[in-house]
Ligand binder design. Structure first.
Ligand SMILES: CC(C)(COP(=O)(O)OP(=O)(O)OC[C@H]1O[C@@H](n2cnc3c(N)ncnc32)[C@H](O)[C@@H]1OP(=O)(O)O)[C@@H](O)C(=O)NCCC(=O)NCCSC(=O)C[C@H](O)C(=O)O
Ligand SMILES: [Mg+2]
Length: 286
């Protein structure tokens, strides 16, 4: 579990000056500055310049700054990476490069060779990527995974359902891989950005599954995700009581405590401490 919060990860088209301005005041944990699907073909080249100027000149505070490039198999991908590498050398802050449609670790190597040092994130959105999730998660440069549920649905020929049944095997494979290697993993977008109830249900499902947060496409979605992926007051209270009860049990030479009629063992204390660390990290962000 990452202590640094990634509850709300907002896509912003790199071409949209107004949205880039607006982002400076939005309550999101991370921003994906997009050069890929949110940018029209005839805006691709200008978007790079607009984005680099924004990354150099605008104050995005402590929000994580992730740049999604076009794939290296497109006309723009290689120049996107080289432009970001140059921006970094010139002092722009870029926290990670997000690579679309990662199929295997070689896709990470190809980008990593062009831009040293900066962490890489992978869009998990192809069936081959799902099948290679373990090898992708194990890559030493990989810091995080982002589910691309639109592309995955397209490739599977799946229908969008409220329970996301057609997605669950892919989501689960990536979750297992990310957790096995201690990487951040963020759920896919909810397209109906005016449907708060539907978004809340999908966030609750993602949180229950173990995702660190949700990718979002519109500012109206931020508060739902921030609430869903933060520890609730009840979870914080329970974590504090579990730690206190376990400490007391240990002082009496016992290895197990009981809180609210349920056993508390060392492994529950690990989770309790993670809950408190996340709550503290969120409080420190504000
Ligand atoms: C979906 C949108 C096109 C809607 O835009 P718009 O019609 O402008 O919405 P509003 O008028 O309601 O906007 C109100 C104000 O909020 C600003 N705004 C809107 N969206 C964003 C944003 N994402 N970040 C920052 N600010 C935003 C507007 O500028 C308005 O500001 P103001 O005028 O000052 O009041 C639009 O929301 C949008 O373009 N969203 C992003 C779409 C996107 O990024 N798509 C690609 C990512 S999804 C994906 O590819 C996932 C994955 O790959 C997969 O396969 O699943
Ligand atoms: Mg996609």
């Amino acid at each position: 579990m990452s202590a640094q919060p990634y509850r709300s990860v907002l896509y912003i088209p790199g071409s949209k000056e107004r949205a880039l301005d607006k982002a400076m005041g939005l309550d999101c944990d991370a921003i994906i500055f997009d050069l890929e699907d949110a940018v029209a073909v005839d805006e691709k080249i200008n978007a790079r310049d607009t984005l680099v100027a924004a990354l150099k000149d605008k104050d995005f505070g402590n929000r994580a700054r992730i740049v999604r490039i076009n794939g290296l198999d497109t006309d723009w991908g290689r120049k996107d990476v080289l432009k970001m590498a140059r921006a970094l050398r010139e002092g722009a802050r870029i926290d990670a490069i997000l690579i679309p449609k990662v199929n295997d670790p070689a896709d990470l190597d190809a980008v990593g060779d062009l831009i040293p040092d900066v962490p890489l994130w992978a869009m998990m959105e192809t069936s081959l990527g799902m099948l290679n999730a373990q090898a992708i998660a194990a890559h030493p440069r990989l810091q995080g995974m982002v589910m691309g549920t639109n592309d995955l649905a397209k490739e599977l020929g799946a229908r969008f359902r409220p329970d996301r049944l057609p997605m669950l095997s892919g989501l689960g494979l990536c979750l297992l891989a990310a957790k096995a290697y201690g990487k951040i993993i963020v759920d896919g977008v909810y397209n109906a950005f005016k449907d708060e109830e539907g978004l809340a249900a999908e966030c609750a499902q993602g949180r229950d599954m173990g995702f660190d947060g949700k990718t979002l496409i519109h500012p109206a979605q931020l508060s739902v995700a921030n609430t869903a992926f933060a520890p609730s007051e009840a979870e914080i209270d329970l974590a504090e009581r579990q730690i206190a009860a376990f400490d007391e049990a240990r002082s009496k030479g016992q290895g197990v405590a009981v809180v609210d009629g349920k056993i508390v063992e060392n492994l529950h204390i690990v989770t309790a401490r993670q809950v408190l660390a996340k709550a503290e990290a969120i409080a420190a962000r504000i």
